[in-house]
Design a protein around this ligand. Structure first.
Ligand code: DLZ
Length: 163
């Protein structure tokens, strides 16, 4: 598995640019709330640990992961967020909901990133079961919320260099 070799939760803090001048939006899905609230805590604490001001982080909830792209679009359109971090947890079940939701969210967020020229970060766990989700929301595989926050900061730093 890729994250076994390169887990962004193991980042070197001295190599992460300061986030103090940026504003962030976080959109978090209510489905699998135990997991998504842990992702959100990870994202907020990582942003703050890297210089973001707590008042510059706006958090909004959507019902499920499927609603993340539209919630993110509204947040981007009606706030000063430089980047939007989208957090959810989709657990594989017996139905094809899993593929529909995961594919839609991934496509929706990349479309937003390109059309808005702004990072919309895919912080959605897509796991076979709840234990795998727990391992990736503060367990032995780190916290995908931390990784999403670091990715947002790195992309904003890249944008500052290039755009
Ligand atoms: C319907 C549904 C199912 C079956 N599973 C999940 C899930 O594991 N994770 C998640 O975030 N949301 C799930 N949902 C809800 C959908 O994302 C969406 O909220 C509904 O289909 C309504 O559009």
């Amino acid at each position: 598995m890729a994250t076994a070799l390169k887990n962004l939760s193991d980042y070197d803090p001295s190599k992460i640019p300061s986030a103090e001048n940026w504003s962030f939006g976080i959109v978090v899905a209510e489905w699998n709330e135990e997991i998504t609230s842990a992702l959100c805590e990870g994202a907020v604490s990582t942003l703050v640990a890297n210089g973001a001001k707590r008042e510059n982080i706006k958090i909004h909830a959507v019902p499920g992961s499927f609603e993340l792209p539209l919630g993110a679009r509204w947040l981007a359109d009606h706030s000063d967020a430089d980047a939007v971090i989208c957090l959810g947890c989709v657990i594989q079940g017996e139905t094809r909901h899993f593929e529909f939701i995961c594919n839609s969210v991934a496509q929706g967020l990349i479309d937003l990133s390109i059309s808005c020229s702004k990072p919309f970060i895919f912080g959605v766990l897509t796991t076979d079961n709840i234990d795998q989700a727990r391992e990736r929301s503060g367990g032995k595989h780190g916290n995908k919320g931390d990784e999403a926050a670091i990715t947002a900061i790195k992309m904003l730093a890249l944008k500052k260099r290039l755009v």
